[in-house]
Design a protein around this ligand. Structure first.
Ligand SMILES: Cc1cc2nc3c(=O)[nH]c(=O)nc-3n(C[C@H](O)[C@H](O)[C@H](O)COP(=O)(O)O)c2cc1C
Length: 193
């Protein structure tokens, strides 16, 4: 399947269907200014009461990348090891007042998507992963578990050589399709037309 099969069903900016999550990353480094640009995009995401509950942990040095990589599930490690930047996306569990941050995951999701779209603008790709050690990460990276919830990992980098992927990952290395547009929304209350 080629990227051209991602055919929109309504008018939309091409940046949306053109963003996808590859596994073939090049080890080419990401300039620090570009990394800052990704976080800047995330910074402007909307959040409940402008609480900005997200926190991105970034690994760019070989030592830190190895530390982050070890927390990924084996199936993610095999391809994510090439990515020059690994991130973990955290969200605060509580507001300063102590009240629960009820929309933290929603807000951090918006921030990650902003980062992913900005990555494409810079010729980079961002691939999110839920497959990581969701219990072990707190001790491994000194994250106070009562303060933060670790939501996802993200590999960031330039596109690499898909021929270097495992056979299984080569099969999966293409932009995915979507459900029909009409299946993702409903006018009015459910069960009523
Ligand atoms: C929260 C989340 C968790 C994901 N976990 C993984 C993962 O552990 N491993 C992986 O290879 N891809 C993972 N993905 C990537 C999805 O499979 C991918 O986004 C989805 O198939 C849609 O494809 P696209 O991003 O290329 O449009 C994850 C994506 C999200 C948003």
């Amino acid at each position: 399947m080629s990227e051209s099969m991602r055919v929109p069903e309504a008018e939309v900016d091409p940046q949306f269907p053109e963003r996808w999550s590859p596994r073939a990353f090049s080890p080419r480094p990401v300039a620090e200014a570009d990394l800052l640009s990704l976080f800047e995009a995330a910074r402007w995401a909307p959040s409940a009461a402008n609480s900005q509950p997200w926190l991105f942990l970034a690994a760019v040095t070989p030592e830190e990348r190895a530390r982050f990589l070890a927390l990924l599930n084996p199936g993610n490690q095999v391809w994510a090891r090439e990515a020059p930047v690994l991130l973990f996306v955290l969200t605060r569990r509580r507001r300063a007042s102590g009240r629960a941050m009820e929309w933290g995951a929603f807000d951090a999701g918006a921030a990650w998507m902003s980062l992913a779209l900005q990555a494409r603008k810079l010729g980079l790709f961002a691939h999110a992963m839920g497959g990581f050690d969701r219990e072990g990460i707190y001790a491994a990276l000194n994250i106070p578990v009562e303060e933060y919830l670790a939501l996802a990992a993200v590999a960031v980098g330039y596109y690499g050589d898909p021929a270097l992927l495992s056979e299984e990952d080569q099969q999966r290395e293409h932009p995915s399709l979507r459900k029909p547009l009409r299946e993702l929304f409903h006018y009015g209350a459910l069960g009523e037309e």
